[in-house]
Write a protein of this length. Sequence first.
Lengths: 145, 649
Amino acid sequence: MAEQKSEFEPKIVVYACNWCTYAATDLAGTSRMSYPPNVRIIRVMCSGRVDPQLVLQAFADGADGVIVAGCHPPADCHYIEGNYKAYRRFELFRKLLGAMGIEQERFRLEWISAAEASRWVQVVNEMVAQLKKLGPLKPNMEVRE
Amino acid sequence: MSEPRIGVYVCHCGFNIAGTVDVKKVVEFAKNLPNVVVAKEYVFMCSEPGQDLIKEDIKANNLNRIVVAACSPSLHEVTFRTAIKEAGLNKYLLEMANIREHCSWVHHDKEKATEKAKEIVRMAVAKARYLEPLEELEVGAETSALVLGGGIAGIRAALELANYGFHVYLVEKSPTIGGKAALIGYIDPQTKGAEVVSKMIDKIKECPRIQVLTNAELIQLGGFVGNYNAKIRINPRFVNERCTLCGECEEVCPVEVANEYNFGLSRRKAIFLPFANAYPPYYAIDYRVCVKCGECEKVCRFRAINLKEEAKILELKVGTLIVATGYDPYRPFKGEYGYGLHPNILTLFQLERLLDPDSPTKGELIIGGKIPKNIAFIQCVGSRNTTPGAKEYCSRMCCTTAINSAIKIKERYPNTNVYILYKDIMTYGSDETLYEEAGKKLVNFIKFEEKIPKVLITPEGLFIEVFEYTIQENIRIPVDAIVLSIGMLPPRDIEELIAVTRVSCGGEGFVREAHLKLAPVEAPTKGIFLAGCITGPKNILESIRMGSAAAAKAMALLSKGKITIEPMIAQVNEEKCSGCAICVGVCPYSAISIKTVNGDRIAHVEKALCMGCGTCSAACPSGAMQHLGFKDLQLLAQTRAVFGGEVHG
């Protein structure tokens, strides 16, 4: 037990779109599901709103992992195609992470619909397990504002 | 704005929060956060005493930002916004910290949950420091509506709107309104499609507020909710209201094509009357096939024909748009169940048309020159199939329509044997009684599974070979006619519709509603509503209802005469904007344009078009484009606060 307490607890910043993923995180609550307390959720209106700069800042400040989550393609997006914008941006961004010395596994782009509370819980569980395996992020970079 | 003075209010939500989170510790923690002036707890913040607590504090402590740590903003953000507004604060100076759904309800370890709750509050306070007052805007709105599509859903919507007193432009692509419902023999055993449509058309004739534009297409849609500019092209009809329907022109016309109003059962001339009750009630010349020989013009004694007529462009200002452009019947490929290889193999639409009194057989079931002794329906043709061109969905109306027709055939031709070959019967709701009735009338139901029936065209006649699922045996049925129960497809020109109106396409190729349950009948773009089969297969009753529903929503919008614009939208900092136009490309609503101001290119946001997704803001390379309520600085502050950091800006 004592060992478990000192175990590394990763911190994950989540950018969740208001209409799908944020609603799923709410549903996980109202359904009294259970998941590890490692996530900090920031609400945005659309996954297309998430600026990669924010994600980099989160890593620079000490996030061990970041999740950007929105509505399922092709057609769940409340704003027609914001999820595609996010997809385009973050698939490229993921490649850049490696170049910065951040393991690509520390970043996830997820599609979680308003009904998929269990998917949300699964993503959190997977990410926590993954990050525990990777250990804390040792930033070797500095992001200027 | 002056230095932030923040009040933090932590809710117990009975035991819902306090049972897992040590609320007192959270309050103590909040007191030491920057700019926090007061931090308090209460058993139910959303209750009246809870709200009063906040209101009193705002006045007593001169608070100018409020953080409520309680449930999800989706639940009580509006409640607390209203409360702080009542205390004289701008309602957008509120931030919710979701410590119930995101914390106390999903975690069990009190210590960890309390630590997390503290951080959630810290993030909310960090964002609150940068909140700004926002104002809702109001703009005037036109009180007229454009209904696109003159089928039964569009007609219903137009009638509802006109009855309420609004002016309606009913725009129909073909030369007559009425749609496919006007051609269908029977909607149910008692009701003829043509009758229902004729009654509705009669009402349209009486109504001065409905302007029917046939042969017309929407070619451009500009503006925004309440203030749409619609450009309509009216293709020439070449025949005017002097036409008396004498029909002499038709006799002399040398051009003959398949008659789409009879689903290809007969042929028509280039000059024709679509069907008996067509409206407007005069002939039309199909401009796509007319050879302009002038014979009709010569023979017309009423000078109703003018072959020199040209297309006209009409520009309309409307407040709202209802899209009701319908569907296309599925087109079986040649040889699919023998389709196209034998004259006695028809589609369900053709059969329905045959049973209409206005049909080439005057409503009689005459196929291949005689009344069939054995007729078989094959269900799910083009629906619930994975063959190329087919759709996986159920087309909803084909089972009931086939059974309905079967009952009618049994009533009128008792000596005809009717077979219905099906996978599953989908006569949902009260239509189930039709299924029962068909059984009583001795319609033969034959079930097949994965192995689809085979149609054999032999010198001895037509046969269907099928593995009957219930008796698990191959059977061979001699038939005189076969009806393919074809489903519904998105209309062929849906791409153009999407390009012009910016409605969005759903997974199955139809147009998508903004939200099936929370925003039904609405397109994602404000002020555009949807009705009928354009959103997917529906039966006639459902289409009528959807027409009414769309009209109700349009009325709610039009009746105010003004539009309120949500303030959480994009805003340009003109000093920073370089006019690069990256934002223009990413905006899904075409809300951004580049304008030249004093010689500088600057992005301009059309406020009423902006839906507030913030994609432009994420794409802007210079930080000039800001998403109000989710500004870069606000999200950055929230992000940094996760780790106890702050921003300075």
